[in-house]
Ligand binder design. Structure first.
Ligand SMILES: Cc1cc2nc3c(=O)[nH]c(=O)nc-3n(C[C@H](O)[C@H](O)[C@H](O)COP(=O)(O)OP(=O)(O)OC[C@H]3O[C@@H](n4cnc5c(N)ncnc54)[C@H](O)[C@@H]3O)c2cc1C
Length: 366
């Protein structure tokens, strides 16, 4: 049994856990961040689109809407302060035909309700001026959507946490927990920790970690998002972010064009439920499926332009057949009040990380 008690132990060193470590260590001593992998941010936090979402899509009043809008503001400030490569590049959500104008207007109204600034419906002339290769009669323009380098964000958060005195332990996987009077014993494959407060930010495994505390309410259904990419010679096909209207299934934002900070153009992600949370590469989608979706937006795209790129896995709270809305879960363990679980932190989790960290700090200070 360890002799010292840590004030806070955070499980999971993705962008969310690392943001929480940076935030809490400003005012609290003895904050520990335990990460199973050899480096921070190797999970969803480095396998995403790197988009700073504005907060258009999410149900008004939801945690996703709140944290995305507040988190986007916080992330722009943090990136500027810490020299993290980022760009307020802007985004178009394009309709195939004028018949979809009603759906665009509805989406814009939702964004307005969520407090997203600067959204407007734009016509063919505006679209063509920004994106000459995009064929669409009408779109939503979101000037505050941006891009960043997610790995650099995680590194800057880790530096901030360490400068504040937090301890970051990689290669340290939590394997079990036991309540020990007023404190909690955390077992890892290396050593044991005693903690006053535990934050579960284990991403795809947050339901398993909750299970170690006997909390089995939530189950994660891994949903893979695969990308295709274009060669550098075709990276001028779009200038910014170009999205279709979201998929009616609710399983993703639709295969879209993303330009990353290196200027590379990505297409994706699709949404495919997989059995294993580690199944990043088996049975990859055919490139033709990306081509079919993207060529509607940019008819000049050629099938031979596409190559398979990386994949990521979403920590979905709903199974494939359930098309309803699932919000982020940020709640105290019903049996052990000093444990806070963050479960189902899928998109816009990258954008939301700093805002989620601020809320977790408020929960602890109460
Ligand atoms: C394809 C895709 C595209 C996306 N695009 C965007 C986007 O453009 N914009 C946006 O805002 N969001 C996006 N997201 C969502 C965003 O990437 C995630 O919400 C965010 O990265 C979640 O961060 P996290 O720290 O919760 O999880 P993770 O990054 O998965 O971190 C969890 C960490 O916990 C560790 N861990 C697990 N179990 C244990 C254990 N027992 N002990 C110790 N450590 C453990 C893991 O190794 C991992 O490093 C996307 C996600 C995907 C999959």
């Amino acid at each position: 049994m360890p002799e010292e008690i840590a004030n806070v132990v955070i499980i999971g060193g993705g962008v969310v856990g690392t943001a929480i470590a940076a935030e809490l260590s400003r005012d609290i001593d003895d904050v520990f961040l335990l990460e199973a992998m050899p480096r921070l941010g190797l999970g969803a936090s480095s396998r995403n689109s790197g988009v700073i979402h504005a907060g258009i899509y999410y149900r008004p009043g939801s945690l996703k809407a709140f944290h995305c809008v507040r988190g986007a503001r916080m992330i722009y400030e943090f990136c500027a302060e810490h020299d993290i490569p980022h760009q307020r590049i802007g985004k178009l959500i394009v309709a195939d035909s004028l018949e979809d104008l009603g759906r665009l207007e509805e989406l814009k109204k939702r964004g307005d309700e969520n407090g997203v600034e600067g959204l407007r419906i734009v016509d063919r002339g505006f679209i063509r001026e920004r994106e000459p290769n995009v064929v669409s009669p009408v779109a939503i323009y979101s000037p505050n959507t941006g891009i960043l380098e997610p790995e650099e964000l995680v590194k800057a958060l880790a530096r901030t946490a360490q400068a504040n005195g937090a301890y970051i332990l990689t290669d340290t996987r939590m394997t079990g927990a036991r309540i020990n009077g007023d404190s909690i014993l955390i077992r890892t494959q290396r050593e044991e920790f005693l903690a006053r407060t535990v934050i579960n930010a284990a991403g795809l495994y947050a339901d398993d970690v909750a299970g170690m505390f006997g909390y089995g309410k939530y189950r994660i259904h891994p949903c893979r998002g695969e990308y295709a990419e274009l060669p550098v010679s075709r990276s001028g096909i779009v200038n910014g972010l170009v999205y279709p209207l979201p998929m009616p299934s609710g399983h993703g934002l639709g295969v879209h064009y993303t330009k990353n900070m290196a200027g590379r153009v990505l297409l994706g992600p699709n949404a495919r439920y997989v059995k294993s949370r580690e199944d990043y590469e088996d049975d990859r989608a055919d490139l033709s499926t990306f081509y079919e979706s993207a060529s509607v937006i940019t008819p000049c795209l050629k099938p031979e332009d596409l190559r398979l790129s990386y994949t990521g896995i979403r920590a979905r709270l709903l199974p494939e057949e359930d098309h309803s809305f699932a919000d982020f879960v940020i709640e105290r363990d019903p049996q052990t009040n000093s444990v806070i679980h963050l479960i189902g932190i899928e998109s816009p989790g990258l954008t939301s990380a700093l805002s989620i960290a601020k809320s977790v700090a408020q929960m602890i200070n109460k």
